[in-house]
Write a protein that binds this ligand. Structure first.
Ligand code: 4AD
Ligand code: MG
Length: 436
């Protein structure tokens, strides 16, 4: 290909804007099929997939031979004419006129045949290029975009919280510890405590970032490093908190349906279920949930926390996301406010995704009374010194406030219809995996 070209460079996603014209595309060979006089190149460029057709009698013999040598994942810069083709998944095809090979790939390990999950996870850095993974991560990006759109549009200010912290938010048993010069620090489990400070400064806030839990759990729902969006609102009770949650989650699902339909199709997601995700969501009390579990053969009694199995049973009983509210205070974190009418339960709720997915949100109203909070910190045997600043929030202008945390990966798993969270994040950190 000549060094100087006047042909405009485009992406596969935008190729339709150049119908009948010549364009340049930079990408990788996804698949190749050849007959004697024609090569069919499936080219991907990150934005989409398109078929490039190389006709023997329309290109030079050298170019035709070079295209014959192309292998899976070789990188190329090609020029060709865009044609509408109703049979093509993208709606267009490209007649290749010129092509330069950037690098010829040898023995790409992920072939179109079936591979085991461990092999694919070992090759995650390459697996990301395949169609299904590509679709999932594009849905993930849309979920994150829609979350920020909704929050920014509803008066929430993004104020991020630190990753390195001196104290625990979600219990001391799941902390990742790291040396911090002469002392120790922990990787954050949740930005909530800092959000409570920023909510008192800015009213309605959210933080968004990675959070860490050293949970020795090897389930389809657990990651050691996951991303969480955490809104927090001053002068807000648990009722209003749940309204924010159902509106946010509905907006996210509807945005994915309208902007990522081709991806959901690749994933073979039943979208009729997602179309039903509109507020209000059903509200189930913890007491009712216990009964539902017992009726469905689970041996649970009042006071037990729910594990993955219980969540699956409950989540199979619903068609849309739903709230389980008013858990026993004893199951929940130190900062939870007890309900004034029923002090044995907290003003809190989890949102569970349907179709067996389970918890995607944990949230609640925060204890705003100085004395009660101080007592709770003592009861949970937390180091009081580390929480002095947090108690200050109850010393200076305390008010009712509430918030929640939405786990991105579990939300992606549910919306995409996946059976494990390992595919919902570019590079999953699992109990026995920290590479690549
Ligand atoms: O229910 P959690 O532990 O709640 C909190 O951390 C609160 N401090 C949030 C807040 O109120 N600001 O976690 C919230 C969500 C869960 O519902 C789940 O979606 C996700 O974070 N999550 C995980 N996702 C993947 N792997 C794990 N190990 C997770 N632990 C929690
Ligand atoms: Mg939770």
């Amino acid at each position: 290909m000549s060094e100087v070209t006047t042909v405009p460079r485009t992406t596969i996603e935008a190729v339709g804007q150049h119908e009948g014209k010549r364009v340049q595309i930079c990408g990788w060979v996804y698949q190749k099929r050849s007959s004697g006089s024609i090569h069919f190149l499936q080219i991907r460029d990150g934005s989409g997939l398109i078929q490039g057709v190389v006709l023997k009698n329309e290109v030079t013999p050298e170019l035709f031979a070079a295209c014959g040598k192309l292998t899976q994942e070789s990188s190329v810069v090609l020029e060709g004419d865009v044609r509408a083709d109703t049979r093509a998944p993208s709606g267009y095809e490209i007649t290749v006129r010129d092509l330069a090979i950037s690098q010829l790939a040898h023995d790409y390990p992920i072939t179109p045949k079936e591979h085991g999950v461990e092999f694919l996870m070992d090759n995650r850095h390459l697996w990301l290029r395949s169609r299904r993974q590509h679709a999932i991560l594009r849905v993930r990006a849309e979920i994150i975009r829609a979350i920020q759109e909704w929050l920014d549009g509803h008066g929430f200010l993004r104020v991020d919280s630190p990753i390195l912290t001196p104290s625990a938010c979600e219990g001391t048993t799941t902390l990742f510890e790291t040396p911090y010069f002469d002392t120790m620090a922990y990787l954050t489990q949740s930005g909530q405590l800092y959000n409570e400070a920023t909510a008192m400064a800015f009213g309605k806030v959210y933080c968004f970032g990675p959070t860490f839990r050293a949970e020795k759990s090897k389930t389809r729902r657990h990651l050691m490093e996951f991303w969480m969006v955490e809104p927090e609102v001053a002068f807000c009770d648990q009722e209003q908190n749940q309204v924010y949650q159902e509106e946010l989650v509905s907006h996210v699902v509807q945005s994915v349906l309208s902007h990522r339909a081709p991806e959901l199709k690749i994933l073979e997601r039943d979208t009729t279920r997602l179309a039903k995700v509109k507020p209000p969501f059903p509200h189930v009390s913890y007491d009712e949930a216990i009964k539902m579990l017992q009726e469905n053969g689970k041996e649970v009694s009042w006071g037990d926390d729910f594990g993955g199995d219980e969540e699956t049973v409950l989540a199979n009983l619903f068609e849309t996301p739903f709230f389980v509210h008013s858990y026993p205070v004893a199951c929940k974190a130190f900062y939870m406010k007890a309900r004034t009418d029923r002090p044995e339960v907290a003003a809190c709720a989890d949102m569970l995704a349907p179709e067996g997915y389970g918890e995607i949100i944990g949230g609640g109203q925060r204890e705003d009374d100085f004395d009660i909070l101080q007592r709770k910190i003592e009861e949970h045997k937390l180091p009081m010194d580390a929480y002095t600043w947090y108690l200050d929030l109850r010393r200076y202008g305390s008010c009712p406030h509430a918030g929640f945390g939405l786990g991105i990966e579990r939300t992606v798993a549910w919306i995409c219809g996946l059976d494990h969270v390992r595919e919902t994040i570019p590079f999953a950190r699992l109990l026995y995996r920290i590479s690549p």
